[in-house]
Each structure stands twice: as structure tokens, then as C-alpha cells.
Design a protein around this ligand. Sequence first.
Ligand SMILES: Nc1ncnc2c1ncn2[C@@H]1O[C@H](COP(=O)(O)OP(=O)(O)O)[C@@H](O)[C@H]1O
Ligand SMILES: C[C@@](O)(CCOP(=O)(O)OP(=O)(O)O)CC(=O)O
Length: 499
Amino acid sequence: MSPTIVSAPGKVLIAGGYLVLDPVYSGLVISTSSRFYTVIESLGNSPFKVQVQSPQFLDAIWNYEVNVDVPRGAEVEQAVHDTSEPRSGNKFVHLALQRTLALILEMEDRKAVRGLLCSGLKITILGGNDFYSQRAQLAERNLPPTIASLSLVPEFAPSNVTIGNVHKTGLGSSAALITSLVCALLVHFDVIPKSSVTSSETVNDGKALVHNLAQYIHCLAQGKVGSGFDVSVAVFGSQIYTRFDPVVLQSLMEDSSLTMPLLPIVSPSNTSWTHKVQDFGLPPLTRMMLADVDAGSDTPSFVGKVLKWVKGSPDEAAENWTALSKLNQLLGRTLQRLTTLHSNDPQVYEAVISRCASLTHAEWHSQDSGSQDGAEVIKNLVQVHTITQDIRTKMRQMGEMSGTPIEPKEQTALLDACVSKAGVLGGGVPGAGGYDAVYVLVLAPPEAGAQTPADRVEQVWQGWKELDVSPLAAEESREKGVRLEQLSDVKGLKRVLES
Ligand SMILES: Nc1ncnc2c1ncn2[C@@H]1O[C@H](COP(=O)(O)OP(=O)(O)O)[C@@H](O)[C@H]1O
Ligand SMILES: C[C@@](O)(CCOP(=O)(O)OP(=O)(O)O)CC(=O)O
């Protein structure tokens, strides 16, 4: 039997950090080409045993024994019993197996489930290199920190550390991991049809079930109900996300031994799930670039500080958030408008992008657009630049007012240098901000001259002395979230599975 392989993308919240915690506002979130992969195979002659491994890490094999007769109640721990030795468990993996199996047993015939478990399961989890800092791998090979160098590091490179000690880059490893694992299990046990994953629809019942269950498990593993944009993008791809009311998960979050059935709550037909997923994507011939900047900042402490400020200075906060929300929405609309302008007349659009790619934003205005449609493209490019700069100003203000370094001055200098280059649309600090990352949007014409806008940005990063800037290879994944994979299509996967 061929293995079941499901991947889920990482995320970059380009607009809407903090605001997305409130259902009144929304966030603009981009899915990344870097993905997490879950591979399910037969373990072979090991009835009711599940072995999970993450070969990129040291001490990353976890063993479980499954008892399909006790999926819930006081004995929920026995349903998927962690038998790993030494007992250095993985809470995220354990909960994902346990709760997904409980749902499978609610929805499927017990005999059929037994049948699939009778020779045991071997589950391999792999994260694209971008989820973890590649500085050590580059240094080991004497390579400079460039995107070209990253392509010389083998796929799913071993990190030589334990998961707890790895330096993450902020693409949302746990959300992508849980989403790919939950979806792979639901497909493997036939709870959702493969067609719901392969379908080009952004949302359907199969994906909605994956979303609701993954959202629940991720909250349980993190011990809190966050905004959930990371799980949503892992399931549905780039989107404008409005959060769900946490009340939908309240009873399950309080039911640690799982005495209640899961399906009534995680079912796609449960109308208490109030999140909104609006299809979104970056415009054609543009590209998102990412860099890992320094040691990751502690987002929970940022969130705590910002929310304290919102509570303590409600008027000041409301003014800042209202302005930010308008800008975030306008950014979404302007990017979408560019996509429409491309479909209206791809040739005119391409010609404008090609010209503007070698000019700075300040020079775009003075371009001879050639036509009214061309002028409209230029107007919207200029607007993206202005709006992203305004968003940065408002994010800095939020940082100053709440005493949180959302866009610290070192990041301001770096971003200013990037956005002043020819062909650069804009940039900012993704998510909660801090020192850990930057994103930059550049024009990416099909035929650029000697130097592309992306080359210019890389040059800035490479020459930057004040901060240690290391690019990620990820771009936007234009595909819709979770994906069913064939072994031969995923570069490097066969090699890792066979080693
Ligand atoms: N490759 C992996 N294999 C198994 N578990 C992983 C892997 N990467 C991350 N995890 C799980 O996710 C947890 C990290 O979650 P978290 O600290 O919330 O990170 P993030 O901000 O990247 O989502 C790890 O402790 C581990 O349980
Ligand atoms: C503040 C936030 O709105 C965004 C945090 O986004 P990041 O992209 O910084 O996420 P992590 O790396 O997972 O912490 C909190 C939230 O929405 O949950």
C-alpha cells in the first residue's frame, strides 16, 4: 500500500498582528511554499503500535500503544498510551494522535479502524528547512547567507539538536505540523475523502473538519485559545482571516479527559464556528521575501503587554487599531485590485511591472503608463507602497504606546533600506513583530535585467552589519493550504524516508 502523505504550509501574517485576536478585525496572512509533511505507512507486524519519528532531530522517536476500546473518559490516556523511552514525550504529537483517533472512532466502524491498525503505523514528520534557522548548516558548508546557498542545503536537513533546542524562524511549525498530521490521519482512516483535499475549493466539508479539529488540538497543546490564523492558513492557504469566537471550544478545553463526544463540536455543520476565511493571494509578478533576523522574540510577553495597554488606555488603543484596521483592509483591497488589473489585461500589467522593477517607488509616479489601464496599475503599486509604510508607522506607534518593541529601531533601519530599493513595493515586521523576522514585497517581472528587485534586497541583507540577517527560501504558496502528496513529487522525501 502506498503511504498517505499530506503537507500543510507555514504562515506569514503580513498585516493584522494583535488586531486579529479580536473578531472585529481581520488579518492578511500568506501561506508559504515551505511546508510540513506527514507520511503514514505500515509499521509491519506491530499490531496497535504507532511509531512517530522526526528524523531532523535528536531523540525524536515517540512510541504509542493504541487501545481502540477506551477512546475517552478516565482512561483517555490509555487510548493512545505514550510508551516512549526515555519519557521525553511530544505533547503536540501525542494529543494530535489521541484526539484524532477519538474522532475517527466516533465516525468510523470500529472493525475497520482495527483493520488499519493491525500491522501498526509508522508516521514520519518532516518540516521544510525554512521552519528552522539554517545558519549552522550554511556555516558548516562555508556558504554565505543567500537564497542560492539555501538551495545547496539538502532538503529536511538534520539539525543536530533536539526539537526543544532548535531555533525556529516563526513560520508556525506547530500549527503546520498538527494540521498535516490531523489531515493525514483523517485521510488514512477514510474519514474524509481524498478528493476534499485535492479539490481546488478553498473551503469544503473535509477541510472544515480538518480545520476545526486541528484548531482544537493546537489550542489544547498550547494550553490557550489563540487567534488561530496559523492553523487556518495551514488548512486553507493565503487568506483574509477573521477569528472564531473562542466559546466554541470552551467545553472541550475544560474536558481534559475527554468525556464528551468531539463530533458535535468539530463538525463542519456546527454554526458556533464563526471564523471567516476570505480567499486571498499576492498579485501576479510580485514576490514575498522573508528573512530570519535574530533570536526569536517572546510573542506571549508581547501579546500580554499589548493587551494590557488596550485595557488600560482604551481610547488611545481604539484610535490606533481603527486606523490600522482601515489600512490593513485597504492593503488587502489594493493587492486584490492589482490581481484584477492583471486579469483584465495581462500585457499592460506585465509591461508596467517590468518598467517599475528598475525604478524606485518615488519614480513610479513619473512613468509614462502608456494607457489608462497602465496608469491604474501604477496608481495601485504606489498605493501598496504608501499603505505598507503607513501600517509600519501605526505598528511602531502601538509599540511605543504599549512599551513593546514591535518594530524596534534596528528593524526600522533595515526595512527602510530595503523599501528604498528599485522595484520594492513594501515590507514590515510579520505577526507580533520584534527582532525575529522581516518580510519584503518585491516586483518580480518575468524578464528582469541584470539585477532583480529580489537581488537588491538580498544585497541589503548580506551587507547589513547591525543585525544578523539570514534569508529564508520560502515564497508564497499559491496553492490552497493542505495538499495530498505523491512520494516522488516531494524533493528529498524518498531519500529521508529510506535513510
Ligand atoms: N518537526 C517536528 N516534529 C515533531 N514535533 C514538532 C516538530 N516541529 C515542532 N514540533 C512540535 O511543536 C512544538 C513547538 O511549538 P511552538 O513552541 O508553539 O512553536 P511554533 O511557534 O513554531 O508553532 C514542539 O515542542 C513540538 O512538540
Ligand atoms: C500577536 C498575534 O496577533 C500574532 C502572532 O503572530 P506571529 O506570526 O508572531 O506568531 P508566533 O510566531 O506563532 O507567535 C497573536 C495571534 O494572533 O495569535
